[in-house]
Ligand binder design. Structure first.
Ligand code: PPS
Length: 582
């Protein structure tokens, strides 16, 4: 341990402030102690926090997770997992744990300290290691999420992306994780409480969201606030939400547009750096406790709060109102009142929104589902004013342009000598002729010269090569250009990785240039097949290294049946039919 005088972390016990009732933890050291802890941290083992851990630690340190004062020890963890209570009996539904690898845990002992750093190496906090334990993660998944099904994003994270050892103990905060975005909308619980106090808001209802808000959400939140005679705080999650959600930059711009439509002085916007687990009822209760810590008196829980989507059998993980029931059960104990709300729908005859149960039989309900909204955005179709405010739609259109304005990747794959490069070059020229979007050709040989010159043809090296191509193509696609890739890419799993990386950012077309091995070998332009047959080249694709043909490519081209020019034309027609050419 350090030779430096150790600032007593015991003395930095949670500072208690009570502006709005309910104790608020503040784990940051102040004044001279900051420099002392930073100095101490230089001597300690360091752990670089993951994005999830950074979100958790921010809310631990600033009191968003009060009464927690650090990552959970096993006694707290067991209580929370099995009974939704900390070891001292306090209600807490979600494990807040610090997972580390076996390798990192090897050198640690209870009673020690570790420095917790962000990705840039800044010391965020020091942890007193009070407990080192190996959780049963399957059991945790069953208890906390109700299933060990990987279709649940919370379970998937827990079982696939969580390290096997948990460290528990008190935190001493040095510096809050840095954010450069929307700083004016980021506030600590103490700051939000102080703002409510200043505004004289004594009854405040909070609304949690991870999606853009449209008219239905506005009606719902406004009615909820009216119902309980409270002011309203829209508190969107900007930490981690469900994979595939609309990015928070776009969402925040949408909220800022929407908030202007509430009556003046009634509503405010504040961002929450939470990492959601999509844990349905338990998550709703957790959200309510967090809002209590932010000084809110009421919390809106709608249909399927924090729902994780369908399980692998196609059924919902939780009942639509399970979350409301659970929060209701605990609301007195946690000290925040739940405002249940059913879905709001637009009634055409009345040109107004109503809770779904108030709609009369003869009335026409209009609705646009999330899937339908995405389709309309993608195809540049109209989105009516009754559904969303035009300014909000305009923000969504900025980041979700129609397909004809999105970037895309055309990924040719096939044996050496199949004709990938020839077709790719013909396609490149045709796209350049048409103009409109920048086009880059990432040909196999060119990439191996410029990006992957140190790589050979082992499985590991080929995977690395394809991942690099995928990364460059994903950047081009994200920035609305066209990437044409033409490597052999012999392994299906690696091609899937590339597809998954690019698909959320724009178009992705996998094209199998399915020229047979016999034809490729008979062409043998570079004389490589002959050398491979003679054993002078080892691990040659198709000869003594496998080529896994794509099972579901967007297109298959057989160069024995068409010229390169015809093949390139077919690709263009395919792009056209998919809406990418505009
Ligand atoms: S991979 O597997 O996707 O990383 O391959 P790629 O980057 O497309 O490189 C393929 C070109 O390298 C030459 N070459 C080999 N190909 C396959 N296997 C082995 N062992 C090998 N050694 C060299 C070959 O000329 C390939 O070019 P193309 O244009 O495909 O004919």
């Amino acid at each position: 341990m350090s030779a430096h005088p150790t600032p007593s972390t015991e003395n930095t016990m949670a500072e208690i402030i009570k502006p709005h009732g309910g104790n608020l933890v503040d784990l940051y050291v102040k004044g001279d102690e900051v420099a002392e802890i930073q100095k101490l941290a230089q001597e300690l083992p360091s752990l670089t926090l993951t994005q999830r851990q950074l979100c958790d630690i921010e809310l631990l340190l600033n009191g968003g997770f009060s009464p927690l004062t650090g990552f959970m020890t096993q006694a707290d963890y067991d209580g929370v997992v099995n009974n939704m209570r900390l070891a001292d009996g306090t209600v807490w539904p979600m494990p807040i744990t610090l997972d580390v690898s076996e390798k990192f845990a090897e050198g640690l002992a209870t009673g020690g300290k570790i420095a917790l750093r962000d990705l840039e190496g800044v010391v965020i906090a020091v942890l007193d290691v009070e407990d080192i334990y190996r959780p049963d993660r399957e059991h945790e998944a069953e208890k906390v999420f109700g299933a060990a099904d990987l279709a649940h994003p919370g379970v998937e994270y827990l079982l696939n992306r969580t390290e096997p050892v948990y460290l528990g103990g008190r935190l001493t905060g040095v510096e809050a994780p840095t954010h450069y975005d929307y700083r004016y909308l980021r506030e600590t619980p103490a700051e939000v409480r102080a703002r409510f106090e200043k505004l004289g808001w004594t009854r405040v209802v909070a609304f949690q969201t991870r999606n853009p808000m449209h008219r239905a959400h506005q009606e719902l939140t406004f009615r909820a606030a009216q119902r309980v005679e409270a002011n309203l705080i829209i508190q969107p999650v900007v930490g981690m939400t469900k994979p595939g959600d609309i990015d928070h930059y776009t969402r925040v711009r949408c909220y800022e547009k929407l908030i202007k439509h509430y009556p003046e002085q009634t509503t405010t916007l504040s961002l929450l750096p939470l990492a959601m687990r999509m844990g349905g009822p338990r998550e709703a209760l957790w959200h309510a406790i967090i809002r209590k810590n932010y000084g809110c008196t009421h919390f809106i829980v709608g249909r399927d709060h924090a729902g994780p989507g369908k399980n692998s059998d196609g059924f919902d993980f939780y009942g639509p109102y399970d979350a409301q029931e659970l929060v209701k059960q605990y609301q007195d104990e946690i000290g925040i009142e739940m405002v249940p709300f059913e879905a709001m729908v637009y009634v055409q005859e009345k040109a107004q929104y109503f809770p779904v149960s108030e709609v009369k039989e003869n009335e026409t309900v209009l609705n646009i589902s999330g899937t339908e909204l995405r389709r309309r955005l993608q195809e540049g179709l109209e989105i009516p004013d009754w559904f969303s405010y035009p300014e909000v739609v305009a923000e969504l259109r900025k980041t979700h342009p129609p397909r004809s304005k999105q970037g895309l990747t055309v990924f040719f794959t096939g044996l050496s000598g199949a004709g990938k490069s020839t077709i790719a070059n013909a396609l490149l020229v045709k796209l350049l002729e048409m103009g409109g979007r920048p086009v880059t050709l990432l040909d196999g040989d060119v990439v191996r010269t410029n990006l992957s010159s140190e790589l050979g043809f082992s499985r590991e090296h080929r995977d690395l090569n394809i991942q690099r191509i995928g990364y460059v193509a994903s950047e081009i696609t994200k920035n609305r250009g066209i990437a044409i890739c033409a490597p052999i890419a012999p392994y299906a799993a690696t091609r899937r990785l590339v597809r998954d990386m690019i698909s959320p950012l724009g178009g992705f077309l996998e094209i199998h240039v399915a020229t047979s091995l016999e034809t490729c070998e008979s062409r043998d332009r570079k004389g490589l097949y002959a050398m491979a047959r003679a054993g002078k080249i080892k691990g040659f694709t198709g000869i003594d290294d496998p080529y896994e043909a794509p099972e579901n490519p967007e297109m298959v081209i057989n160069t024995e049946e068409c010229t390169p020019d015809e093949a390139a034309h077919r690709v263009l027609l395919k792009l056209e039919s998919m809406g990418y050419m505009g």
